[in-house]
Design a protein around this ligand. Structure first.
Ligand code: GLU
Length: 444
């Protein structure tokens, strides 16, 4: 049996922190490569020297590492500029690249005129009609920039998510591939990279569909093979509202800060918007096994950040004490209590940070909550608390004695004691809590 190893890439621009929207792209690409035993490339799209920042490159690596999305290699576009220049030369040679001189203001004016006349705002190719003498004249005052000349045919591909796509190239402007300042733009750089790096599957957001159409033609013009394409839908807020403005608050580092567990986030993102139910996976390998890109729908996908917290809690419940040993030790929980502490708290936490609150309660105690009508009862009960080490049987023995002494029973007996000892009217089993209450142990 032959297995095909797929090569994918995640290609963020280091111009900001990556957020849940980027994560979908990163994860899908990672899973396709992982599932096929292929290669996952982290490609840093840093051709824009002004907007690209080294601190964001570091942050992207840090965020992916936090999630366990390990890349097999890293590539930087800023180190590959000659490759793009060579491709540009080739396009010039074959007559598919032409120099333009319109300023942004002039282009804007053209667009407005077209729209006024009810026409689509597609670049009119006026620069194609310039003579060499006219261009020389223009070059005296302006820097030229370069557009790829699209073939006015239909561009078609079968998208891994959207299905059959057919776009009339005549409805698109010839894309600018080199700016007036000489900067190579992403559209060209990406095509060269995807080919040089042997990328077999390009998965990215639906906002790139038009890019794909033009990139397919550029690839064909350069004699490159086109990869498979899949465009996942964009995320919206819970009410279907655009998320673009809020994405700044949905940076992965903010979610990390809020205690979201990587596996909760990955489990959700690997299923949200697909026909498969969301379940909490223990490892990325498990996530990859059931991942099918064609199970995803093309419609915008609703995302509610709050849903990550129940999933985080659910994931934490599955952990063994050894998985959280470092967190527990960091709180100062004595080793011999670690297991007991975890058993008592695991189902009563939403994030790991909640462990701290529990240990605070056990080690420092809380302000007891005692209703006036229970004050005497609680005092009486506390006096009956057995001397010596508290264990799993203490609660039962103690409350039996309290019951006999006070005549109280059921809720009227247990609840005032729970509230006096934990400050809450709910929580883990009192017989499990009692042995952990260092405050009581310390009472001498
Ligand atoms: N740097 C591009 C972006 O972040 C990459 C798009 C692609 O995957 O080709 O949108």
């Amino acid at each position: 049996m032959t297995t095909t190893h797929f090569t994918t890439r995640f290609a963020p621009s280091p111009t900001g922190y990556i957020h849940v929207g980027n994560l979908r792209t990163a994860l899908f690409n990672y899973l396709i490569a992982a599932k096929s035993g292929g290669e996952f490339i982290l490609r840093i799209d840093d051709t824009d020297p002004e907007r690209s920042k080294e601190e964001y490159v570091d942050a992207i690596k840090e965020d992916l590492t936090w999630l366990g999305l390990k890349w097999d290699r890293i590539q930087r576009q800023s180190e590959r500029l000659e490759r793009y220049a060579a491709a540009a030369d080739k396009l010039r040679e074959i007559g598919r690249f032409y120099e333009c001189f319109e300023t942004p203001v002039e282009l804007d004016l053209k667009r407005k005129k077209q729209l006024n006349m009810g026409k689509p705002p597609v670049y009119d190719r006026a620069a194609l009609a310039l003579s060499e003498a006219e261009k020389d004249e223009l070059r005296k005052t302006r820097q030229g920039y370069w557009r790829f000349k699209l073939d006015h045919t239909r561009i078609e591909w079968t998208d891994g998510i959207i299905g059959d796509v057919s776009i009339d190239a005549a409805s698109l402007s010839d894309p600018v591939l080199i700016r007036a300042d000489g900067q190579v733009l992403y559209t060209l750089a990406s095509v060269v990279d995807d080919t040089d790096m042997g990328v077999s599957h390009v998965v990215r957001g639906a906002d790139h569909v038009t890019n794909t159409a033009t990139q397919i033609q550029i690839m064909q013009a350069l004699g490159f093979q086109t990869p498979e394409f899949a465009h996942h839908s964009l995320l919206t807020g819970p009410q279907g509202e655009a998320l673009s403005k809020r994405l700044g608050t949905l940076a992965l580092r903010d979610l990390r800060e809020r205690g979201v567990e990587p596996m909760a986030l990955l489990s959700m993102m690997a299923r949200l918007g697909s026909s498969d139910p969301i379940e909490v996976f223990g490892t990325l390998k498990d996530v990859a096994e059931g991942f099918e890109i064609d199970h995803f729908g093309a419609h915008p996908t609703k995302f509610d950040v709050e849903d990550l917290f129940p999933l985080t809690a659910k994931y934490l419940h599955t952990l063994d004490v050894s998985d959280v040993a470092a967190d527990i030790a960091a709180l100062g929980v004595p080793d011999e209590l670690a297991e007991q502490f975890w058993e008592v708290t695991r189902e009563n936490i939403t994030t790991r940070a909640d462990l701290g609150a529990w240990w605070g309660l056990f080690s420092q105690g809380v302000a007891p909550v005692i209703a006036p009508e229970d004050a005497e009862f609680v005092e009486q009960a506390m006096a009956l608390l057995p001397e010596g080490p508290l264990d799993g049987g203490t609660w039962k023995a103690w409350t039996t004695e309290v019951k006999a002494a006070t005549g109280r029973k059921g809720r009227g007996l247990f609840m005032p004691l729970r509230k006096a000892l934990t400050g809450m009217d709910h929580g883990p089993d009192m017989s499990a809590i009692l042995p952990l209450l260092q405050v009581i142990k310390a009472r001498g």
